[in-house]
Ligand binder design. Structure first.
Ligand code: C2O
Ligand code: CU
Length: 441
């Protein structure tokens, strides 16, 4: 199931050219298996270091509550906005929900105004690690705290053990930016009995803004471990890793698994010192030294296994997106622009597909910054990285980092009709123009 996860949506219908409106919303009727209410408000929060953030919170906390559901659950989330003036939505980052539930202000719904509410309903079809965040004025509102974790567990009860979401975020503290794991910008300790199976779900919710340009890079030391899933999709036959750096695209997720050893295990964020997670058998002990060198390469990790299509399949549509930056006019004045194919949103042409099409996208970065490309509503399989075919496990993504000078080919099945957003997940770049639409005929 996992090799194709992210491609199943449960909407199945004939090959007609027109989109059936019922496919664009989640189930309107039926009693939800899980319901949640998320209320956005302004609440000051204090980081572990004592620094305070004028945060925007869900239910008084930032990150917002962790939502855990089971595969197949009908999930209902009521969003209430109690912010003083900004609108809010909920986008289920990486979960390929029906279009009307995708939470993109101005595209799939209007932003929920202060005093308003909105109900989202969708079936959690994919297992894995996801997150939710507002999609209105997101370059500032996500940084201020309007996000949280969303985990879809397998329908069968998972084995006992430690299953922990670790969100790496960059908080605006006055004029500064303060990186932290959750709200802990100091070392967090946790006691774990040796022999315990551990799953760490790493989520990068930072913006990778100008003053935080380097990609968030983790290192796990003290034990061999596996990267078991990327962007919620399991990898085939992942091998044990030690001593590598794990750069994680902003918006992206890695699940790491290992068995707790007799010695401490340390998860460090290399680009931002200070924070981290220390698992110890007895609550004591110092972090083992970080020895990581060389970057984890998902293109050559795990082993191949059959996939629903390959790079030699016949693609119905082929698109190229070139990311570039430069100086241009934004709202009538000169500014730094972030462009797709030389154009700035909303002037980037919509890529049109027909339901059922097999689509190839070539993503090229000709700029000086990293661009974590995020596709809404679809998981894509990476076909090649810098001209080399993927040689390891099938590698599915919803968020793919493009370092400067790199290019990737990705493929996906157009199986989720609607009008979707594709954009750079450095949300300041998105605000400066790096967004486009994918539309169904
Ligand atoms: Cu996580 Cu359009 O975003
Ligand atoms: Cu970017």
């Amino acid at each position: 199931r996992h090799t194709m996860a992210g491609t199943g949506h449960g909407h199945r219908h004939g090959a007609g050219p027109s989109v059936d409106a019922a496919d664009l919303t989640g189930p309107r009727v039926g009693r939800p298996d899980r319901s949640f209410t998320l209320t956005a408000a302004e609440t000051p929060i204090t980081l572990a270091s004592g620094a305070s953030v004028a945060a925007w919170t869900f239910n008084g906390q930032a990150p917002g509550p962790e939502l855990r559901v089971r595969q197949g659950d009908l999930v209902q989330v009521t969003l209430i906005n109690r912010l003083p003036e900004e609108g809010v939505t909920l986008h289920w980052h990486g979960l390929d929900v029906p279009n009307a539930e995708d939470g993109v202000a101005g595209l799939t719904q209007d932003a929920v105004r202060p005093g308003g509410k909105h109900i989202y309903r969708f079936r959690a079809e994919q297992t894995g690690t996801y997150w939710y965040h507002t999609h209105q004025a997101s370059s500032t509102a996500v940084a201020r705290g309007l996000f949280g974790a969303l985990v879809v567990e397998p329908a069968a009860r998972p084995a006992d053990g430690l299953d922990l979401v670790v969100m790496s975020h960059v908080w605006p503290v006055g004029e500064e930016l303060r990186p932290a794991f959750g709200t802990a910008d100091t070392l967090t300790r946790r006691t774990v009995a040796p022999g315990t199976p551990v799953r760490l779900r790493l989520v990068n919710t930072g913006n990778n803004t100008a003053s935080d340009a380097e990609t968030t890079t983790f290192a796990l030391t003290g034990t061999p471990y596996r990267v078991t899933a990327i962007d919620g999709v399991h990898l085939h036959d992942p091998a044990d890793l030690t001593g590598v750096r794990l750069p994680l695209a902003t918006g992206g997720r890695y699940d790491l698994t290992f068995t707790m050893p007799e010695e401490p295990v340390h998860l460090a964020d290399l680009a931002h010192s200070g924070g981290g997670l220390l698992l110890t058998p007895d609550g004591r002990g110092a972090p083992p030294p970080v020895t990581a060198s060389g970057d984890f390469n998902p293109a050559a990790y795990g082993r191949p296994t059959p996939t629903p299509f390959t790079s030699s399949s016949r693609f119905d549509r082929k698109f190229t997106i070139v990311a570039s930056d430069g100086v241009g006019f934004v709202d009538g004045s000169l500014d730094l622009i972030q462009a797709f194919n030389g154009r700035v949103y909303p002037n980037v042409p919509t890529q049109m597909v027909r339901e059922g099409d097999l689509v190839k996208m070539t993503l090229v970065n000709r700029s000086r910054d990293n661009h974590p490309m995020h596709l809404h509503g679809h998981h894509a399989m990476v076909l090649s990285a810098n001209g080399r075919p993927v040689s390891g496990s099938p590698w599915w993504i919803d968020t793919l980092d493009l370092p400067p000078g790199t290019w990737f080919e990705i493929g996906f099945r157009a199986d989720n009709p609607g009008l979707w957003m594709d954009h750079c997940h450095n949300l300041e770049h998105a605000a400066a123009g790096m967004m486009m639409h994918l539309g169904y005929e």
